[in-house]
Design a protein around this ligand. Structure first.
Ligand code: PAF
Length: 287
């Protein structure tokens, strides 16, 4: 496994690999890797002959009041995980390397960024779309892999790739969970023991909605109210949103008819967690 920090050097390497006819898979990450990231890497290895993982805590996707400074970082552990999976190249640029003095170009995906996390994190997806586009131009991947836990992020990136005619296959991979059901996230590290226990409320709320859906309930309001009731039973948990949305447009639905995602964001103490379940997918992969 080799490490590369300079965007120009990475671009040169990608060009060389492409010249040799090699297929490149990219797993973009912000480090502090866990099993969820490793599952993306394993999938990337299956699809391509060179696996590049980017490790970059992207400042432009954090709002002014968010946790950029405190975002967990552990590059030594990340390296040993990546070595185990068989990553070929790690691309870890500096902030200045990605956003040099005078930087002023950003990408906005207009509609699918408005609802859900876009409401409480209004500049987040502009930062994500910008950095992912830059990573695509630097690493020149044939495939890029993203987790479905960040459901809205995946929709935004698919939209952007389609709208900009980017010749990259976006692969969405299933949510990886802790044995008790909590969706894996780098931010789980922030949770106190009590918050960690109560964080399971998100999964419980999704499970309850799934059961109601399976029993024939199709009113979004009924499912949302029930999810809020369950979140409300946990004193450490404060809901940001519970929404039922069309999986393509991410607009709220009143009645569950087409493919619908139930998405939740909630604070456990000061830590913002997200989770989701595509209700109409239940037979296919469960949650
Ligand atoms: O999902 C993440 O970790 C980040 O949003 C990403 C895609 C690496 C962009 O910084």
């Amino acid at each position: 496994m080799k490490i590369i920090g300079e965007p120009h050097a990475m671009q040169g390497l990608a060009e060389e690999l492409r010249g040799q006819g090699r297929k490149i898979a990219l797993v973009p990450t912000m480090g502090c890797l866990h099993e969820g990231h490793l599952s993306l890497m394993r999938e990337g290895k299956k699809r391509a002959d060179t696996l590049v993982v980017s490790v970059f805590v992207n400042p432009t996707q954090f709002g002014p009041q968010e946790d950029l400074g405190a975002y967990p970082r552990d590059f030594e552990q990340d390296k040993s995980f990546m070595q185990e999976v068989g990553v070929d190249w790690v691309f870890c640029p500096t902030d200045k390397g990605m956003y040099p003095d005078g930087y002023q170009t950003y990408l906005t995906v207009e509609e699918v960024t408005q609802n859900l996390c876009g409401r409480s994190r209004p500049t987040h997806f502009r930062g994500v779309a910008t950095v992912v586009t830059k990573l695509f131009h630097i690493v020149k991947p044939h495939f890029a892999l993203f987790g479905k836990k960040d459901f809205q992020q995946l929709v935004v990136i698919r939209r952007m790739v389609e709208d900009l005619n980017l010749d990259i296959e976006i692969v969405g991979c299933p949510i990886v969970r802790e044995p008790d059901g909590l969706a894996m996230s780098s931010r789980n590290k922030y949770l106190s023991p009590d918050e960690r226990k109560e964080a399971l409320a998100l999964r419980k709320a999704l499970d309850r909605a799934r059961d109601l859906y399976r029993n024939g309930e199709r009113s979004a309001q009924v499912l949302v109210d029930e999810a809020h009731r369950i979140l409300g039973l946990h004193p450490c948990i404060r809901a940001d949103y519970v929404s039922l949305c069309d999986t393509g447009t991410l607009t709220d639905v009143e009645t569950i008819e087409g493919e619908t995602v139930m998405a939740i964001a909630a604070f456990a103490g000061n830590t913002r967690l997200i989770d989701n379940c595509v209700l109409t997918d239940l037979g296919k992969e469960g949650i």
